[in-house]
Design a protein around this ligand. Structure first.
Ligand SMILES: Nc1ncnc2c1ncn2[C@@H]1O[C@H](COP(=O)(O)OP(=O)(O)OP(=O)(O)O)[C@@H](O)[C@H]1O
Ligand SMILES: [Mg+2]
Length: 484
């Protein structure tokens, strides 16, 4: 259904008009800052409220503060001509129209906030700064879009690149589709459209010039690229910005597994996925991640049986299990014991070791190590590469953002970091030697491959030389551990 534009107090730019008249079920206006994305969302909220009776529009942002700073003044500005008729209740963040339509400003500061909207009936669902949301939150709120009456119901969003939702938003709306054209997703039948935003979209040349000047002055290059050009390939806050698909993904293992030392490890989850990886370290010390298992809602014994199939035939030097699997909190036996029992029953001999702890220092160390891993060896090839079948690792690793609250750490809230955790646990255990050496972070936030330092048990600081550590690990190679 095509929609007419009827926007009070604003003349939409061509891009805004394309957005407001979109016939797609889900439309996304994303990219550079300042082109008028939030204004377009507010215009959509107002037109939907005027055109339909008792229409319920929800505008979501991450926090109430952001709504009060951006959406409230924009709505009041656009509603100016209706000021006497439209009531704004600031306590409830609610705009009420004479025809009983409402615009509810809503926020999702944390995962549980979504349940505040579980009984909501939404007709037009709008998200500003969509990349601040997880896909789960987006999908959940979509289920609230319903009506017993025939009416136009749409989901529309706007955003700059970056932040925790960057990856899913990019693949959901942008990757593989032509911009500004409605496309249909075959699996779901949902129609979508992506409209790239630039500063040039803004109708006022003075505004464009002064805003561009502000953005050009940004010293953070990635932030500048994201906000000035709306570049979705490089985003501010991306931790592993050295990741290159052509460099880090392989389709044929260039060595024989028989000649490598094999390692396995996992990150545990039940509601969240459990991620399992196998790494082969070749004699020339390249790390090849060659197998991935990734699924949720499986019990420890189910996983143990599944791993046993591989571990029986393919001897690994160790299986690294995360520290939380050693806990017996919650009244159940430690997960690691449940694995051990299954392996014992099946006669699988495997050396199970505990992964790095969850402390801040260990987290930063793992991250420094992974930067090193993604860096080049003297032969010009990356030290670590990943088989193309490891889809979840390839999808999630490049998209990990830095934490808002602790810039040295990877964001853990609402981020799919299970693949990264599992792989970095394994690499940490191979190179660092759990509980023996600690690799201290010298991370440069701009992402140059960091050099490391080792703090030995007596807390003496030495230069961290990964090659030596790997060489040591390689020397300990025992024929028994090899692939048979
Ligand atoms: N069509 C228009 N006509 C006049 N003013 C507009 C128009 N569109 C947007 N504006 C004004 O331009 C300013 C910037 O617009 P807006 O905040 O919507 O940009 P944005 O793309 O959301 O920016 P950011 O990425 O920083 O959130 C606002 O003051 C808004 O009221
Ligand atoms: Mg905005």
């Amino acid at each position: 259904m095509q929609k007419d534009v009827l926007v009070p107090n604003i003349t939409p730019s061509p891009k805004q008009e394309l957005f407001l008249t979109s016939s797609a079920d889900e439309t996304f206006y994303g990219g550079a800052a300042g082109g008028g994305k939030s204004a377009a969302l507010c215009a959509e909220a107002i037109t939907a409220s005027i055109e339909d009776e008792a229409h319920r529009t929800y505008i979501f942002r991450k926090t109430l503060k952001e709504l009060n700073q951006s959406e409230v003044p924009e709505l009041l500005k656009q509603l100016d001509v209706f000021r006497d008729n439209v009531k704004y209740n600031s306590q409830q963040s609610l705009f009420i129209f004479p025809n009983k339509s409402i615009i509810q400003l809503a926020y999702l500061d944390n995962e549980a906030d979504k349940y505040r909207y579980q009984s909501a009936e939404i007709h037009t669902l709008l998200f500003d700064e969509l990349t601040h949301f997880t896909q789960d939150q987006y999908e959940y709120l979509k289920t609230r879009v319903r009506s017993d009456k025939k009416r136009l119901m749409r989901i529309m969003s706007a955003s700059n690149p970056g932040n925790i939702g960057h990856g899913w938003v990019k693949s959901y709306f942008i990757d593989g589709h032509r911009p500004m054209e409605v496309f249909k997703e075959e699996s779901s039948g949902i129609t979508k459209m992506y409209i790239p935003a630039t500063i040039e979209d803004h109708p006022n040349p003075d505004f464009r010039a002064s805003y561009r000047k502000q953005l050009e002055a940004l010293s953070d290059d990635k932030l500048k690229k994201a906000l000035l050009y709306g570049d979705w390939d490089i985003f501010a806050g991306q931790v592993f910005n050295e990741w290159r698909r052509h460099k880090h993904v392989f389709s044929r293992l260039p060595v024989h597994l028989e000649d490598c030392t094999l390692y396995c490890g996992l990150d545990w989850g039940y509601n969240d996925p459990t991620a399992v990886y196998w790494v082969a370290v070749s004699p020339d010390q390249h790390f090849y991640v060659y197998r991935e298992l990734y699924a949720n809602n499986k019990r420890p014994e189910e996983w143990a049986y599944e791993l046993a199939i591989y571990l029986k035939h393919e001897k690994v030097k160790f299986l690294a299990m995360p520290h939380d699997t050693y806990s017996n909190l919650g009244g159940t036996r430690p997960i690691v014991d449940q694995f051990r029992e299954v392996f014992a029953k099946l006669g699988i001999q495997v050396n199970i070791i505990k992964s790095a702890p969850g402390t801040h220092v260990a987290k930063v160390n793992r991250q420094a190590l992974m930067h090193h891993m993604l860096g080049d060896m003297p032969d010009g090839r990356a030290r670590l590469s990943v088989h193309e079948s490891c889809l979840n690792l390839i999808r999630t690793l490049p998209m990990l953002p830095y934490s808002d609250t602790n810039v040295e750490e990877i964001e853990s809230r609402g981020v799919e970091d299970h693949a990264y955790d599992a792989l970095s646990y394994i690499c940490y255990a191979i190179t660092g030697g759990y509980n023996q050496t600690k690799i201290v972070n010298l991370l440069q936030p701009e992402g140059n491959v960091p050099k490391g330092l080792v703090i030995s048990e007596d807390m003496q600081t030495k230069v961290f030389n990964l090659d030596d550590i790997v060489l040591q690990a390689g020397k300990n190679n025992n024929k028994d551990w090899r692939y048979t």
